[in-house]
Design a protein around this ligand. Structure first.
Ligand SMILES: *[C@@H]1O[C@H](CO)[C@@H](O)[C@H](O)[C@H]1NC(C)=O
Ligand SMILES: *[C@@H]1O[C@H](CO)[C@@H](O)[C@H](O)[C@H]1NC(C)=O
Ligand SMILES: *[C@@H]1O[C@H](CO)[C@@H](O)[C@H](O)[C@H]1NC(C)=O
Ligand SMILES: *[C@@H]1O[C@H](CO)[C@@H](O)[C@H](O)[C@H]1NC(C)=O
Ligand SMILES: *[C@@H]1O[C@H](CO)[C@@H](O)[C@H](O)[C@H]1NC(C)=O
Ligand SMILES: *[C@@H]1O[C@H](CO)[C@@H](O)[C@H](O)[C@H]1NC(C)=O
Ligand SMILES: *[C@@H]1O[C@H](CO)[C@@H](O)[C@H](O)[C@H]1NC(C)=O
Length: 706
């Protein structure tokens, strides 16, 4: 009976539209080694993405191909035969297979679909491949057709494990692709391939994505996983929408009842609007929940469609109020409070949940009811019609029809992979065009820059300062790391200049700043050198030393000079310190050095009690017959007086000759001058100046001086 109904209710395409197609979302597979193989298949192969596991949207996976069959160089057997179907745990193979122990390489394992006599599930194969330590799985079809591998949805523990615990990407290839790959492996050389998820999604500045779901919560592990996903994804979805990075739209898959059967009791129990919009019975028992029947304990398809419509109305109203994110709150709360198992599913609970998200009265229950309309209205409902249209996809843009529940469509392309935050977020992030990917995307990326990742190791081992790994989501870049500053040189190339922390960091480690500590600038960092020995402290560093009586007191003098400041300075500047000794032997002030046999010894310049011990200047001893300081001062004063007197005379002479030259230059403009008669020239100048000032007095005077 249930089967009959399943056949009766049809997804849109089967019933009315043969043009709509289920598009198999494909990625690429290319052979990179051996070289001949790469050249033989330059375009690579198509692979169909599985609807479970962890695809690497926006990225690639390079690995060595392996096919566990005796004809391809593997000795393992499973139950006495080939392991090629991957239907049993590889740890029970003989000998047991663990790829993690095979040379630290990444492997992608190829397994065959089937066997036809007793096939095992796709997900089970992939699970076994993952358990054997491979990083990716390729399932090879037994015919030349592609299909989208789905996870089984029957409610048993193993299936839940497949849905949630498969963390490798899984793909599917046709028989001819499989045969081609196997032929390459037969050559005996290792075959390396790259799986490519980079160009699956169109790239947009703002990513639009749709979540195709169903409010039915009785669909086994698939529904549980979906509920879990929604709960976890809410904060991410809200954040991305709030920043306008993404535009999100929820959708509900709609089944229809073929027109001839619309009045049947089956259709009326599973559909609303007279058979227009339907959903399969959630408990699969048609006798339960017949509307109008006296057995009403179960839920029927019509209850589910009605709730789907309500959720769509909630979204529409919330969006109109600029609060589209409230849809997420509604569905999480509805999932928690209104489950079928406790018989809470339905209008009453739904409106209760609506009241919770409507606490500040941005709308009302009346408006919600109005939006939904009558359950048995014999008319189209605009919101449900929009679902049907969107579900069809658009053949002219290559947008496929939505068949699988749940489905996520990103930039018009259906996501294939498990419903989990990390995987879905990664796919959404892969939908951004270059430069538009928000920083928040890095959270969900299993990126090469993570510690231990390829990029991390690669960048860390560089010697040019580009030690920091930047995740570009499609790979990684190494840029100037900690302790370096980026500098673009004239050729446009980035160079990393070392930062001298010893001189530029204000809060150095106290271990570097203590009295006998120093900061050693190293490339990309600094280190503190502590407990620098004071070599003068023990036996004066081997330098001269002696005791002298000064003003009646015994004082100790030492030629050992601690060289710590110079040493610290050299270290901080990154200069070699090998040539800088920690101490030198230098006579103290008031002593003069005498070198004897490579060692210096010191003798006082004068009687130490008349010497300034800090600066080493000897003063005149009172009553001594020697040349006193006073005499020296007098001599200096006399010399200064004489010198300045001579300077004054010279200055005067020079000034006079400069003036004469200038005067002559001025006069030369007005009259011929005789070099030999400077005084006459001066007289002429006087009369000339007077004439100018008088404004044209007697003309005779003009030449008076000539
Ligand atoms: C699946 O993953 C969960 C959580 O990571 C873990 O607790 C559980 O043991 C795993 N199941 C299997 C069969 O590995
Ligand atoms: C997002 O877009 C809406 C409407 O276009 C605008 O009102 C809002 O300010 C934008 N938010 C941000 C964070 O840019
Ligand atoms: C459907 O439900 C009815 C009433 O609860 C029950 O008698 C019947 O056995 C169920 N049928 C199936 C196939 O579960
Ligand atoms: C919302 O409306 C209800 C009933 O009209 C009222 O009791 C409540 O105080 C209102 N809440 C707010 C936040 O305005
Ligand atoms: C399909 O896409 C094309 C191109 O974007 C558009 O012109 C057309 O209206 C779309 N058709 C439907 C049914 O949405
Ligand atoms: C990574 O490096 C390449 C080549 O140097 C450069 O073109 C690209 O813009 C870089 N990407 C990022 C995200 O820095
Ligand atoms: C200072 O650091 C450099 C490395 O940059 C090292 O070669 C040198 O030995 C260090 N100097 C001392 C005194 O530790």
């Amino acid at each position: 009976m249930a089967r009959a109904l399943a056949a009766l209710l049809a997804l849109l395409s089967a019933a009315s539209l043969c043009r709509a197609v289920f598009v198999i979302e494909k990625g690429g597979l290319k052979v990179v080694l051996p070289q001949e193989a790469k050249e033989k298949y330059p375009g690579g192969f198509d692979v169909a993405l599985a609807h479970f596991g962890s695809p690497r949207y926006g990225g690639t996976l390079r690995a060595r191909l392996i096919y566990v069959d005796p004809a391809y160089g593997r000795t393992e057997t499973c139950g006495g035969g080939s392991c090629a179907f991957g239907c049993s745990d590889f740890s029970t193979a003989s000998p047991p297979l663990d790829l993690r122990k095979e040379g630290g390489e990444n492997y992608i394992m190829m397994v065959d679909r089937g066997p036809t006599s007793n096939p095992c599930k796709f997900a089970e194969k992939v699970w076994n491949v993952q358990s054997a330590g491979a990083r990716g799985a390729i399932v090879v079809n037994f015919e030349d057709r592609m299909t989208t591998m789905e996870a089984p949805d029957e409610d048993d523990e193993a299936n839940v494990k497949f849905l949630t615990n498969i963390t490798i990407p899984a793909t599917f290839v046709t028989k001819s692709t499989g045969d081609a790959l196997k032929a390459l492996m037969k050559g005996g050389q290792p075959v390396y391939v790259v799986m490519d998820w980079q160009d699956i999604l169109p790239k947009k500045q703002q990513v639009s994505w749709e979540f195709w779901t169903n409010s039915n919560d009785q669909c086994g592990p698939v529904c549980d996983v979906q509920k879990e996903f929604i709960k976890e994804f809410v904060p991410v979805a809200k954040e991305f929408d709030a920043h306008n990075w993404t535009v999100f739209t929820p959708h509900y898959i709609v089944w229809i009842c073929p027109t001839p059967y619309r009045s049947s009791s089956e259709c009326s129990s599973q559909c609303i609007h007279k058979g227009r919009y339907c959903s399969p019975d959630p408990d699969g028992n048609l006798t339960q929940g017949y509307s109008g029947s006296d057995v009403v304990q179960g839920y029927s398809g019509s209850d589910v469609v009605q709730e789907n419509l309500r959720q769509l109305c909630v979204f529409q109203m919330a969006k109109d109020a600029g609060k589209a994110y409230l849809w997420w709150d509604y569905v999480t709360k509805f999932g928690e409070q209104c489950d079928m198992e406790r018989k809470k599913y339905g209008q009453e609970c739904a409106e209760h949940v609506f009241a919770q998200i409507n606490q500040d009265n941005w709308s009302s229950v009346d408006k919600l009811r109005q939006c939904i309309g009558g359950q048995q209205d014999d008319s189209d409902h605009p919101i449900m019609e929009a679902q049907l249209a969107a579900q069809k996809g658009n053949t002219s843009t290559g947008e496929g029809e939505v068949f699988i529940l749940p489905t996520i469509r990103i930039n018009g392309v259906q996501y294939r992979g498990k419903m989990a935050t990390a995987e879905v977020l990664r796919a959404i992030c892969a939908g951004f065009s270059t430069g538009n990917m928000p920083q928040a995307c890095s959270k969900a990326m299993d990126d090469a820059c993570m510690q231990g990742g390829k990029g991390y190791q690669d960048c860390a081992s560089r010697t040019d300062g580009k030690t920091q790994c930047v995740n570009t989501f499609t790979g990684y870049n190494c840029t100037c790391g900690h302790g370096f500053i980026s500098h673009i040189d004239r050729t446009g190339e980035e160079r990393c200049l070392d930062i001298n922390e010893c001189l530029s960091i204000s809060q150095l480690d106290p271990k570097c700043t203590c009295e006998r500590c120093a900061c050693n600038n190293t490339r990309g960092g600094y280190e503190c050198i502590t407990d620098i020995p004071n070599e003068c402290a023990s036996d004066h560093g081997g330098c001269w030393h002696a005791d002298f009586k000064v003003k009646g007191q015994s004082r100790s003098f030492s030629a050992c000079k601690d060289n710590l400041p110079a040493y610290k300075d050299a270290l901080a500047h990154g200069q070699p310190v090998d040539s800088i000794p920690l101490h030198t032997c230098t006579c103290p002030p008031c002593f003069t050095a005498v070198e004897r046999g490579g060692k210096i010894s010191c003798t006082p310049k004068c009687d130490l009690q008349y010497c300034d011990l800090d600066v080493g200047v000897c003063h005149a001893e009172p009553g001594s017959g020697g040349v006193g300081a006073g005499v020296i001062v007098l001599i200096i004063v006399a010399v200064v007086v004489v010198l300045s007197g001579m300077g004054y005379v010279a200055y005067q002479y020079r000034l006079r000759s400069i003036m004469q030259q200038e005067v002559r230059a001025i006069m030369a403009q007005y009259m011929p001058l005789e070099d030999s008669d400077p005084d006459g020239a001066l007289a002429g100048l006087g009369s000339r100046l007077k004439r100018l000032a008088g404004g044209g007095g007697g003309s005779g005077e003009a030449n008076g001086g000539v």
